[in-house]
Design a protein around this ligand. Structure first.
Ligand SMILES: [Fe+2]
Length: 324
């Protein structure tokens, strides 16, 4: 594609910092604020009934205010004593969705050197992205510092994503993407972020999704200005958690230059969420499980039918029941 000079400048200046990521969306300035609930007033049945079961995002203030992690993770010595050292790659840029772009300029280092570099504020952007935390890996000791949520218990196992993964960074945004399964709480342990989200029921969502997730804005393309996206904006501060339902497209940018630590906590969606066939991403999910021929091909029609029946049942019931 031929680009004019101003497009080329825009692309070379793009680093995901500031409002770069959000200005791609037509009418972003008309975005609504997200619904906010306080963790003290939230119980599990209400969380499921009003948000999870309805596939609707919300900001949960003070959701993780009680976690020891908030204080401990600010300290370099904590990281050097709680985690083993190991070889890893870090990135001097934002999280890209296009693999080759994400792998560009990677820095081979060790975990200890990476955290020292982060604490020294040596790089304008530094990104230790998407590290899984499990009971058996080098980050297992982090789990006790991030113990629980007052409004969640006995969640289903996630079907695709790790139960816990973290992002540690300075000024590293995350390009537009959606989670094609599983529920997510984006927990801000340290640092603050701005997140823009929009519904999978948005008109022309397939076209918008292809544009955003393939990062075509970095190739000088723009979205049709007549597209109505109706985004929602959330400012997620330290101690808050943003509930991100599956299929909602979102872009994420830090709003400060501090060391950020975000935990993505995931669990399995209620099965009826997988049965909303009016949702383009749900249709795509089932189609991709069915074809090409694979180990899910035989079971997918039964799972799809079961999920669709459940979705209809709960819809007819007014979604008033708490269900998992
Ligand atoms: Fe995400």
């Amino acid at each position: 594609m031929e680009r004019n000079i101003s497009e080329s400048n825009a692309i070379s200046n793009f680093n995901g910092v500031g409002d770069d990521l959000f200005n791609i969306i037509p009418n972003i300035e008309k975005a609504r604020n997200i619904s906010v609930v306080d963790a003290k007033e939230l119980i599990k049945s209400e969380f499921y009934k009003n948000w999870v079961s309805k596939n609707k995002p919300c900001l949960i203030k003070n959701a993780i205010k009680h976690w020891p992690a908030i204080q401990k993770f600010r300290n370099l010595d904590y990281w050097l004593s709680a985690c083993d050292n190991f070889d890893m790659s870090v990135y001097p840029h934002m999280n890209h969705m296009v693999k080759n772009r994400h792998k560009a300029d990677l820095i081979e280092t060790t975990f200890y050197d990476a955290v020292k570099r982060l604490f020294k504020n040596q790089d304008f952007i530094l990104n230790l992205s998407r590290n899984e935390i499990s009971e058996t890996n080098q980050f297992s000791k982090l789990i006790k510092e991030m113990p629980d949520f007052s409004f969640l218990s006995n969640e289903l196992k996630p079907r695709g994503y790790p139960h816990r993964r973290f992002f540690m960074y300075r000024r590293a945004s995350t390009a537009w993407h959606y989670h094609n399964m599983d529920e997510t709480l984006m927990c801000q342990v340290n640092g603050s972020k701005k997140v823009a989200l929009f519904s999978p029921k948005t008109k022309r969502v397939k076209e918008i999704s292809n544009y955003l997730t393939k990062e075509r804005y970095l190739e000088g393309e723009t979205l049709d200005p007549n597209i109505t996206v109706d985004p929602i904006i959330a400012y997620v501060e330290e101690g808050d958690a943003l509930y991100i339902p599956p299929y909602w497209l979102h872009g994420v940018a830090p709003v400060d230059g501090e060391i950020g630590f975000t935990l993505a906590y995931c669990w399995g969606s209620p099965i009826h969420i997988l049965g909303d066939f009016s949702n383009y991403f749900v249709r795509k999910f089932h189609k991709n499980r069915f074809l090409p021929l694979n180990r899910h091909t035989f079971t997918t029609p039964f799972v799809s039918l079961y999920a669709a029946v459940l979705h209809t049942f709960y819809k007819l019931k007014g979604e008033e029941k708490t269900y998992r």
